[in-house]
Design a protein around this ligand. Sequence first.
Ligand SMILES: Nc1ncnc2c1ncn2[C@@H]1O[C@H](COP(=O)(O)OP(=O)(O)OP(=O)(O)O)[C@@H](O)[C@H]1O
Ligand SMILES: [Mg+2]
Length: 431
Amino acid sequence: MNAPFSPGRTAHREPFVAFVCDEATAESLRPIAIEQGWNPEKVNKGGLRNAVQTLSVSASPNVLLVDLSESGDPLNDINALAEVCEPGTVVIATGQVNDVRLYRDLVASGIQDYLLKPLNPDVLRETFVQAQAALSAPKQADATSERPHCAVAVIGTRGGVGASTLATSISWLLSEKAGRSTALLDLDVHFGTGALALDLEPGRGLTDAIENPSRIDGLFIERAMVKASDKLAVLSAEAPINSPVMTDGAAFFQLQEEIRGAFECTVVDLPRTMLVNYPHLITDVQVAVLVTELTLAAARDAIRILSWFKSNAPHTQMIVVANRVPAGGQLEISRKDFEGSIERKIDYLIPYDPKTAVQAAKLGKPLAEAGKSVKGLAPLAEIAERVIAYTDAAEDAPKDAKGKSKVDTGKGGSLLGRLSSLSIKLPSKKK
Ligand SMILES: Nc1ncnc2c1ncn2[C@@H]1O[C@H](COP(=O)(O)OP(=O)(O)OP(=O)(O)O)[C@@H](O)[C@H]1O
Ligand SMILES: [Mg+2]
């Protein structure tokens, strides 16, 4: 949980300690503890209150079972426990309240499981097996720690250009095709579609993290992320739209840190406004995919966002993607003019393909998956490959990451100047 690691103490970790409120619970617990090879004398009386007192002065065990029966406000009291319980402890709660909401809230706050009293021996056994598995499972990042972590942010120049579509597709490709464990962090806290697009419930993880950044640790991440597959997990929210996001950004930063430790790749769906409000979010991101449409407004904002990156995050490799590009040249701005105004090439062009987009939405699958065999959508896979190539190469040759060779920044000039040089065919206004 959240208490700082205490190396001196952790060397003497008990495998198992329980704090229960009544003798009946203690009695049902002891034989199962013995079966696991644990000391039955570690089943103490005193419930949650005693757990907090004891753990504030001694090392946290590997597996901790706490009885919430005497707690008036279990969620609040679990937070008090989190303050004194060190990271890495698997906490199992038990109590008499049969309420799925309480269960969900407890799990969201980092509890492994909540068992209803009276304790059933089979359920207990199963829970302990899972706790042991959680303890012995190698951290995903450990197995592949030789590879650098790959962090990519996907940003739209305008609303609705398809940034989230690309974010989900890239995360799917990184996880399924490149075989890397991937976290999709959807920072569109109120209106995010990361979970929806993958046919998942967003859960409370992201909202909890924002409300309580001090809770965020490895265990929290493990519990809060919603799994789309073995290799892909999502942290997304549908925060109530009557309340603004109250955070100084610490929660987002902390989340990125923890995700970095647990996954090989992070894909951040990053709304433009978040970039403005929390510029530090980009600190550890090696690649930014800027998704745009070919319109005048998007050209203006592409110029501004590219320039922002140049001044604030020159280490970030940019990939510019024109999405939803209609066939037949029905463009507000031609590709050539757009490239002229942003003073760099568009790296990838993805056609407007409503048929596959609708199919993807109906199936609850990423566009890249629904359109696997659609030729026009092949650039999606190329983008994911480029992302990996950039991040892997950045480790070998850090100077290359700064090179920005694709960006021709030599021309400069005012924003208006660069936009007004566009040869756009706008209908003339009636005088
Ligand atoms: N290449 C494409 N062809 C057709 N439709 C597309 C394409 N890419 C995305 N879409 C569709 O465009 C709509 C907007 O996409 P998406 O939600 O990804 O955009 P966004 O930039 O994340 O929007 P917001 O600003 O709301 O976050 C969705 O309905 C999506 O299915
Ligand atoms: Mg979006």
